[in-house]
Design a protein around this ligand. Structure first.
Ligand code: ADP
Ligand code: MG
Ligand code: ZN
Length: 193
């Protein structure tokens, strides 16, 4: 039996793209790069971020090297569902802070022909997979894993090491609070604690 290709409709195929990596790996920069291309292409898109991320500006996502683009702050996925209308592309930064309802939302949006771009930390400060990110990676069509530069040895960094003793999983911070470290330096620092 031969496979017969079928074209079901003219509707564009939806996709879920994940951009992940440690802090300072350039996730937000990469998200903004993809979105600025959409601006040039005059595509309708919308960007969400969790209200928990109070760095810089409530109505913008801003990368550590100060690239920025307008965004809508939301408390939860239900708010995202209410706001979305006819955008072709839906982007979410800091996706690790949302709950599991984001997984079915991504699938529903992609199944209805939308392009979804998810950006988030793949591991927490202990090196443990972060919340729903592994599931989002599993249902995605493409994954871009980015790396920072190790603050100690200059090698490729996978980990977001927290300076200090706060043990809450969620702690919004900057360079005073976190360092990007490679596997070797991360393990050395952890063993010294
Ligand atoms: P993320 O969203 O992954 O935290 P951003 O896109 O906001 O990252 O920022 C990436 C930028 O961070 C880099 O282009 C660089 O200017 C800056 N930066 C600061 N510290 C580091 C580091 N240790 N490794 C790589 N980039 C760093
Ligand atoms: Mg970021
Ligand atoms: Zn290192």
């Amino acid at each position: 039996m031969f496979f017969e290709p079928k074209i079901y409709s003219n509707m564009s195929k939806g996709t879920v793209e994940v951009i992940c990596g440690s802090m300072f790996s350039g996730k937000t920069q990469e998200l903004i790069r993809r979105l600025k291309r959409l601006e040039i292409a005059k595509k309708k898109f919308i960007i969400f971020k969790p209200t928990i991320d109070v760095r810089y500006d409530k109505n913008k996502i801003v990368s550590h090297n100060k690239d920025c683009i307008n965004a809508t702050s939301v408390n939860n996925i239900a708010e995202i569902k209410e706001i979305i209308s006819d955008e072709e592309v839906i982007a979410i930064d800091e996706a690790q802070f949302f709950d599991a309802t984001l997984i079915s939302l991504c699938n529903d949006l992609a199944n209805s022909g939308k392009r979804v771009i998810i950006c988030g930390l793949d591991m927490d400060y202990l090196g443990v997979p972060f919340g729903i990110m592994p599931s989002l990676m599993a249902i995605s069509d493409s994954i871009t894993k980015l790396h920072a530069v190790c603050s100690y040895c200059g090698d490729t960094a996978n980990y977001s090491y927290r300076i200090g003793t706060d043990q809450n999983r969620i702690k919004i911070g900057e360079q005073e609070e976190y360092q990007a470290l490679c596997r070797v330096c991360f393990n050395k620092k952890k063993n010294c604690e």
